[in-house]
Design a binder for this molecule. Sequence first.
Ligand code: HEC
Ligand code: HEC
Ligand code: HEC
Ligand code: HEC
Ligand code: HEC
Length: 277
Amino acid sequence: MSNTGLRSALAGSIALLLLTPVSTIQAAEQETKSRSQLNYDRARYDSIHFRPAIEKATNEQCLSCHQEIVDRKVLDQSPAGVKAADSLAWYQTLNTYEGPQETFHRRHMETALARQLMNMQCTTCHQGNDPREEAPIWEGAKEGDFKLRKMINPDTCLMCHGQFGHEIMGLPGPWPEVSETMGNSCLTCHAAIRTNRHQVNYLKPDAIEQAGSKDADVCYGCHGGRAWYRTRYPYPRHKWPGMAEETPAWAHGRPSESDARFLVGVKSNPQQTKQTQ
Ligand code: HEC
Ligand code: HEC
Ligand code: HEC
Ligand code: HEC
Ligand code: HEC
């Protein structure tokens, strides 16, 4: 708006104010005050949805407005009468699929398996996104121009839903084909290789080792058994006792530490303890 435009707009609203009866102004003020407690737009644009506040948000804070996220259950049958139990997706028939259908959020935070192995927070996945990008009227958009909605960085999902890297492990084929020759256990090799693992704030490393030593599907579940991607996640390669001096070609450029945001609050990370000693 040009300066003159701004000035005349201001003059306009001042004139309006002067013409408005005092009682109407007081009523409007009161309404704004009570609505400021829980107004849709204020809540939607609450600073907790954005960086930096979201980085420190707790589940309790998010759930104070979004309790439905963990309460909501899947329907027993669709409105058209199709029973949930009769319409399984391919992955829901695998050994790595546990129990009846559940909502996406409950799968990652509430189910027995999720609670046993993981310690996921809302902010493990939600790092803040701009709701304006979901509407055609974001700054700079042409009319009718939607930006693809992306609330979560898909790399986060890839960590647990990527392909099994049998090639780099020196295995002759995909895990389901070779597991028997490997004694049906990842620990045949991983009792000695890449043993410094899972020291991050969204996983329960001891519980994972315990469950994985009894059933390789626990490990495979997060490392190929529920692969929604055709690619593999480039895991950080933590130093481990007995590690070879030379870095294999496929591992060049890999970090040797987990992402910093996943180390916040981690006490048992051996590398961190070493540093603070
Ligand atoms: C003060 C209440 C409040 C708090 C606290 C809150 N939200 Fe929201 N959130 C809202 C409202 C209102 C909306 C808009 C809902 C809609 O349009 O359906 C929303 C929308 C969202 C959306 C959808 C965004 C979109 O653009 O469609 C996500 C994801 C979300 N919140 C996650 C979170 C997370 C994660 C936290 C904790 C860090 C959180 N919220 C804390 C009130 C809140
Ligand atoms: C495993 C990762 C993950 C975790 C953990 C997670 N979310 Fe989400 N959330 C998602 C994804 C993916 C979507 C869908 C995003 C989209 O549509 O672009 C979503 C959508 C939402 C939405 C909007 C859609 C809806 O279903 O209403 C809200 C609100 C939300 N999440 C809140 C939360 C809150 C609160 C928590 C913590 C209790 C949480 N999320 C934990 C991944 C996650
Ligand atoms: C830390 C590991 C981890 C991350 C990160 C993760 N998941 Fe999962 N996901 C799991 C586990 C474990 C299960 C199976 C839980 C069970 O069987 O109870 C699962 C199950 C699922 C399912 C099956 C749901 C069903 O019941 O049919 C979908 C879909 C899914 N994840 C998508 C995603 C997406 C999308 C993301 C990223 C926003 C994501 N996951 C991030 C570990 C993870
Ligand atoms: C034949 C021995 C062997 C078996 C069995 C085996 N692995 Fe591996 N695995 C390796 C080797 C070798 C590496 C690469 C080590 C390195 O970083 O130099 C590796 C690396 C990995 C990596 C890291 C990949 C990357 O890109 O950094 C994961 C994750 C992994 N294995 C999971 C598993 C799981 C889960 C199982 C069981 C389902 C399994 N492995 C079974 C030998 C094996
Ligand atoms: C709930 C999901 C989940 C389960 C179960 C799981 N992993 Fe992982 N694994 C991950 C994630 C996520 C990472 C990357 C963590 C990070 O950023 O450091 C990882 C990393 C690894 C790495 C790379 C280690 C490194 O940092 O150098 C190996 C090897 C590995 N896992 C093997 C296994 C084995 C063996 C089992 C079973 C005993 C198993 N995983 C069970 C999710 C899982």
